[in-house]
Design a protein around this ligand. Sequence first.
Ligand code: G5P
Ligand code: MG
Length: 225
Amino acid sequence: MNPLRLLLLGAPGSGKGTQTSKLLNQFKHIKSVSSGDLLRRRIQQKTELGRIASEYISQGKLLPDSLMNDLVVGELSVRGWLSADSSFLLDGFPRTLEQARSLRVQLTPHNASLNLVVELDVPTDVILERIENRYVHVPSGRVYNLTYNPPKVPGKDDVTGEPLIKRPDDTSEVFGKRLKNYAETVEPLKQFYSELGILKTVSGPTSDIIFPQLLKLVVQKLHQP
Ligand code: G5P
Ligand code: MG
């Protein structure tokens, strides 16, 4: 089996976290890093980076590229994933051209470059409906929706029983800014990965329609001769 180093691209609320959970359930050897989850954990732990992140996130602004690069590459390094045979899934990073370029420069010497980038293409009106009903468990990054995948006990994480929260950046004002940021930054990013020949797009109004398309791409990559 080939290694899989996958980036999920997609607008806020398009289902990157949801598809990540579905893939990790299916492939036990694959692990993931979500840049947003890393930041939310730093905020909860009240670290200096958490204080900075909170300022940006609450305004729907992207954090500086260099800071995000150090954070995520540092995480990959600590987890021992900077090697040619490692498989991992990235959610939320890189999300600017600059981040994509610098990640590539850092992964190439380890023969650990990304080999698949999948854009989740979901209509914006569908996304807006979902976000009102989103609740998250910050320590794990598990995500719920009151209609699509509600927690077994209202307000509690299914695995730990710990409280769920609403993200402070899920208000309609901040969410609108996040969608705008995405629209402004995604095209050069897609161009970059398209030129490397690894960009694919999957489309649909629900995660259950998107997942089989994503799964097919992942299986192809794992078994490509
Ligand atoms: P994040 O954390 O990376 P976003 O904005 O990219 O945040 P988000 O909001 O986490 O993405 P998602 O992961 O794509 O969305 O979506 P999801 O949580 O899986 O699904 C959304 C909701 O829909 C959930 O409630 C889910 O249950 C529900 N759902 C899923 N599928 C369906 C369905 O089929 N039907 C229904 N009804 N519901 C469904 O970034 C946050 C902030 O951190 C900073 C920035 O400030 C950013 O704004 N940041 C960075 N800054 C700079 N560079 C980076 N690389 C950064 N990364 C993070
Ligand atoms: Mg997410």
